[in-house]
Design a protein around this ligand. Structure first.
Ligand SMILES: Nc1ncnc2c1ncn2[C@@H]1O[C@H](COP(=O)(O)OP(=O)(O)OP(=O)(O)O)[C@@H](O)[C@H]1O
Ligand SMILES: [Mg+2]
Length: 188
C-alpha cells in the first residue's frame, strides 16, 4: 500500500483539515527548520501522512531520514556507549527532514532520554522534524520517564511547530469491517 499524500482519503478523516495538510505539503516548514507533530490514536493515518510528506520532500530534493523512535534512541544509546554520540548526531543533522515515528509506544530509559534531548537540541532551529505520537503532550513525561527533560524537549519542539490532532476512527478497523471482522483478532 502506497503512502503518498495523494493516496490519503481525507473524506475518511473529517476532523483533519485538508488545507492544513496542503500548507504543510508546501514544505515551507523544511525551509524554516520547523517541526510538525501528528497526534492521535492508532490507525488514523499519522504514519501515512508523515511518510507522504517525506516522499514530497525527497521529490523536492531534500535529504530525508525516516526512523522509528525506539530504534532511533537505541542507535543513539549504542553510539553513546561507544563514545560516538557526537558523531552520530552530526550525521543525523545532515538530513533536512528527520521523521521520528511512534513517539510514546515504548518509553525511553534515562540514558535514552538524554541522548534524545541532545539530538533535539542540535536540530532546534536548524533542521525540520516530523513526529508522530499516540500520546498527548501532557503525557510525554511518561515517554521520557522524567517531566523535567520532557518539558525541555517539548519546549524546543513546540517553539516552531504545527501540531495536527487527528481525532477519528482507525482506518485499519474500517478495513477489518470491510472484511467482516469487526473485532481485532488475536488468534493469529
Ligand atoms: N485516510 C486514509 N486514507 C487512506 N489510507 C489510510 C488513511 N488513514 C490510514 N490509512 C492507512 O491505514 C493504515 C494505518 O494508518 P497509519 O499507519 O498511518 O496509522 P497511524 O496513525 O500511524 O497508527 P499507529 O499509531 O498505530 O502507528 C495504513 O495502511 C495507512 O496507509
Ligand atoms: Mg503509525
Amino acid at each position: 500500500m502506497e503512502k503518498r499524500l495523494d493516496d490519503f482519503n481525507f473524506n475518511f478523516q473529517p476532523s483533519l483539515d485538508q488545507t492544513v495538510i496542503r500548507e504543510i505539503a508546501s514544505l515551507k516548514f523544511i525551509h524554516n527548520a520547523e517541526n510538525i507533530v501528528f497526534l492521535g490514536p492508532p490507525g488514523v493515518g499519522k504514519t501515512h501522512l508523515a511518510v507522504g510528506l517525506g516522499i514530497e520532500a525527497v521529490k523536492a530534493g531534500f535529504k530525508v531520514h525516516f526512523a522509528n523512535a525506539s530504534s532511533l534512541v537505541e542507535r543513539l544509546e549504542k553510539a553513546d556507549k561507544e563514545k560516538r554520540l557526537e558523531e552520530k548526531i552530526r550525521n543525523l543533522s545532515k538530513f533536512h527532514l528527520l521523521i521520528i515515528d511512534e513517539m510514546g509506544y515504548l518509553p525511553f530509559n534515562d540514558s535514552g532520554a538524554h541522548c534524545f534531548f541532545q539530538l533535539i537540541s542540535r536540530r532546534y532551529e536548524k533542521a525540520a522534524t516530523i513526529f508522530t505520537s499516540n500520546k498527548s503532550f501532557g503525557e510525554w513525561g511518561e515517554i521520557f520517564g522524567d517531566h523535567v527533560i520532557a518539558a525541555a524537549i517539548l519546549d524546543r519542539i513546540l517553539h516552531h511547530c504545527t501540531t495536527v490532532n487527528i481525532k477519528g476512527d482507525s482506518y485499519r478497523l474500517k478495513e477489518r469491517k470491510r472484511h467482516g471482522l469487526a473485532q481485532p483478532s488475536f488468534s493469529g
